[in-house]
Design a protein around this ligand. Structure first.
Ligand SMILES: [Zn+2]
Length: 575
């Protein structure tokens, strides 16, 4: 969708946004000279590599390479379309969106889909309370939920019928096509439309703003599939929400309890643990990790004790231990899930499970020890061999603590354990530096882009950003087709087109026309990652390099070079 907002409006908007304030609402920023640093909200990290540049009103992450302006930031962090991000910022800045200047089809479509979902949730809830829907209500009551909890979560029941729901929604003015797009109806092979949810108890998924964005429908017996969940739609992407976070975010606890299923969460909330949330039938995503880190500093992991649950737990641990969150996997015996713990033993038992929870390192060590007989030499050796790599990445203090514990447990001296840990640490460091090297080599051997030419392109773009008036002077010498890498070719085309029509090429005005990667590259250049002399002469030298490279490519030389020959070329051209 082409969006053209006037430069005048975007300039007004830019002037009213303090990018440090804005990003500071999502990231804990520390000032360091002309920039601020914090933990990147777009990838998991423990040391800050995310930088906000107040003077160029941009951000860049040296860990994952994401960068951009305020609009890009909001677009990515709030998962919005470009125009929605602009509107979000305009609302925040108290600016009115310019009328008729932009295409708001998407905004209207999303709004209508949210209204449609709300109507559907209302229908499922009312139907459940009617005589015909008593099977649904009885199911929820049978699971031990009180009427208050049922209302609180807006639970419902989808009729065991092919038409009631559809005709209700149509009577409210929603077309078949709209129901289909919201995944409230699906198409049969013959192309006829049927309701997605039939004879299922319904749990609405509500986002942080209180909108119903999706549904989970569960059977009441052993029919398969047990769950049907809303597929991805315009307003819902699987893995981007956490069920019940809309309630949990106002809990007084500085922790969240991450469960596997909706029912666990609902049962925990009813028992007073209102900080319980759940994913939606997927492995924990980066997006969900970001949400969790945003709302608390500690997370309890409550996964089923079966194999699938243990697997999911391992994956979640892998992701979470790369964040500053304190991670506590929960283990319990005599019950299979939190719902059962509370039913069988009451909330007090759950409370003691929380307070006695191991941290992730203790959990890993216990899991390793499981099944080994550490009263034998062989068992002790196996235990320590597997435990040492767990300790290697820890801080000095943590290493000391756990090495002491292992020494006590096994009777092996702490010094001997520490020697092994240090050894493992060195091995990990060596492996990391090796893989860095091969990554670099891979980057160099891009068969279509000559490094020297690539540098020339970067220099041209970086210089034009500093001195946009150069563009008029070189536009007859350099066309987009002279560029070798696609990204810079496109950026230059945008620059040239805008300059031609007398518009600004500042990032704030052109970000709607660029891809995320292109924006990140521009921000990197803009913030001086590349030293340019900022002269017309240098630009002209670079143009020459590009033209020569192009000639070589056209002659077919470049394309026939092997990777190794390319590497050699880079070395010669670059040293
Ligand atoms: Zn990052």
């Amino acid at each position: 969708m082409a969006v053209r907002l006037s430069d005048r409006f975007l300039e007004q908007l830019r002037d009213r946004i303090d990018i440090e304030d804005l990003i500071g609402e999502y990231v804990d920023l520390k000032r360091a000279g002309r920039l601020s640093k914090g933990l990147c909200p777009f990838h998991n990290e423990k040391t800050p590599s995310f930088v906000v540049y107040e003077d160029t009103r941009s951000f860049y992450c040296f860990g994952c390479g994401k960068g951009g302006d305020a609009i890009t930031f909001i677009r990515d962090i709030e998962n919005l379309e470009y125009i929605e991000a602009v509107k979000f910022l305009a609302d925040r800045a108290g600016l009115n969106m310019p009328d008729e200047e932009y295409d708001d089809t998407i905004i209207r479509k999303k709004k209508r889909m949210l209204e449609m979902n709300k109507e559907a949730a209302r229908f499922f809830h009312e139907y459940m309370k009617s005589q015909k829907g008593s099977a649904g209500l009885n199911y929820w009551l049978g699971r031990g939920l009180t009427p208050k909890t049922i209302t609180h979560f807006g639970l419902g029941y989808a009729p065991d019928d092919w038409d009631i729901f559809m005709s209700h929604m149509r009577s409210k003015g929603y077309s078949n096509q709209e129901l289909f797009e919201a995944d409230l109806a699906r198409k049969s092979q013959k192309g006829s439309l049927y309701p997605t949810f039939r004879n299922r108890v319904m749990t609405p998924i509500i986002d942080l703003r209180g909108n119903v964005v999706a549904f989970g429908g569960r059977v009441m017996d052993d029919t398969k599939p047990k769950y049907i969940n809303t597929r991805d739609t315009l307003i819902y992407k699987k893995g981007q929400n956490l069920f019940a976070l809309n309630f949990a975010k106002s809990s007084k606890e500085d922790s969240l309890i991450l469960c596997e299923g909706y029912m666990d969460v609902i049962a925990l909330h009813q028992a007073g643990f209102t900080n319980a949330v759940a994913g939606q039938g997927t492995a924990l995503t980066d997006e969900q990790v970001r949400l969790i880190s945003h709302y608390c500093s500690k997370v309890y992991l409550s996964y089923d004790s079966d194999e699938a649950g243990r697997d999911a737990l391992q994956k979640a641990l892998g992701k979470l231990t790369r964040t500053p969150l304190a991670v506590h996997p929960l283990t319990y015996t005599d019950a299979k899930d939190p719902d059962e713990v509370i039913k069988k033993f009451g909330p007090e038992r759950w409370k003691s499970i929380l307070s006695g929870a191991m941290n992730d390192i203790e959990y890993k060590l216990v899991s390793i020890r499981d099944g080994l007989d550490i009263s034998t030499d062989d068992g002790r050796a196996k235990y320590l061999t597997k435990a040492v790599p767990v300790l290697a990445p820890l801080s000095a203090i943590e290493k000391d603590i756990y090495a002491s514990r292992l020494a006590e447990e096994t009777g092996v001296s702490k010094d001997a354990i520490m020697v092994q840990v240090k050894d493992a640490e060195r091995r990990i460091a060596r492996r990391a530096s090796r893989s860095d090297f091969s990554g670099l080599a891979r980057d160099l051997v891009k068969p279509t882009v000559h490094l020297k030419a690539y540098r020339a392109e970067e220099t041209i773009i970086a210089t034009l950003m500093k001195s946009p008036d150069f563009l008029k002077k070189i536009e007859t010498e350099l066309t987009p087709d002279d560029f070798i890498s696609e990204g810079y070719r496109h950026i230059y085309a945008v620059f040239a087109e805008r300059t031609g029509s007398g518009q600004s090429i500042e990032l704030d005005f052109i970000s709607s026309e660029l891809s995320g990667e292109e924006i990140s590259n521009l921000v990197k250049l803009k913030n001086g990652e590349l030293l340019v002399s900022n002269t017309l002469d240098e630009v002209r030298d670079c143009i020459k390099i590009l033209k020569e490279e192009k000639k070589k490519q056209n002659l077919g030389n470049a394309a026939s070079l092997s990777d190794e020959e390319y590497l050699k070329l880079f070395k010669r051209g670059d040293s």
